[in-house]
Ligand binder design. Sequence first.
Ligand code: SF4
Ligand code: SF4
Length: 277
Amino acid sequence: MARLAYLFDSSKCVGCHGCQIACKQWNEEQATRTTFTGSYQNPPSLSPDTRTIMRFYENFEQDTIPQLNILKVQCYHCGEPACVKVCPSGALSKTDKGITAVDAAKCIACGYCHSACPFTVPAIGKHVNKCDMCFSRTEHGDDKQKTSTPACVKTCPAGALEFGDRDALVAKAHKRVDWLKTRGHKDANLYGEKVLGGLGVMSVLKYPPASYGLPANPTMPLELFVWKDLFNPMGLLMLAGAVGAAAGHYLLARRQARDDHHHHGGDDSKGKEEMKG
Ligand code: SF4
Ligand code: SF4
């Protein structure tokens, strides 16, 4: 099954927030009352009622070229998702299409996924909330009627969002980056192609990732790797060893008892003979 992905092109985004609204509408999430803080970024962060926001990085310092860098923030559907690895209840899983899926009914709201996520995306209310790649649309929608396209992608008026086969989107994104370079954006880059097993939401950026608040090389937390991949299997091995030792001891004891029984069996018959006599 080909892996699905989003491509967000920051150089095309006009910051209209249409994708945010479409996401809320499709997922039937409450609007939140916010206060104007002097930035176009609103609401200020992801929350149990908000699965995607447009993050605005504004740089209007004197003697520099003014920058208004926009990033679509949501679950990035990592190829190797830390949240799935850490979730103790099986509420998060990876589908063969590359969706990091959510089964809210299984969530125990422990918050481990939020802490483990390299982008601290999952929001915890009564249960976890994050983008699930419009699972109901991408899994059950109709390609011809475009009901299988995620709501945010379908609504974007600027063509800044695309969705589909990941390999095809990577090729397209590289062409766009090359084009941006010919237009003077020497730092243009594609974010998310390789990191964390390859992200399921890749971004074309005109400036280095740090100018959008993105870590250049996000990694899975080391302690998670140590706990899940090293310590846990060792714990299982130790447990298996203990069970094996107990089983061995039990078998030896049984054998001993059987030998004793045979040995005493002669005495029994002897006793019976004595009784007969
Ligand atoms: S908050 Fe829910 S989804 Fe996240 S790790 Fe805990 S049980 Fe899993
Ligand atoms: S709908 Fe498109 S243009 Fe509008 S904020 Fe979202 S990505 Fe940008």
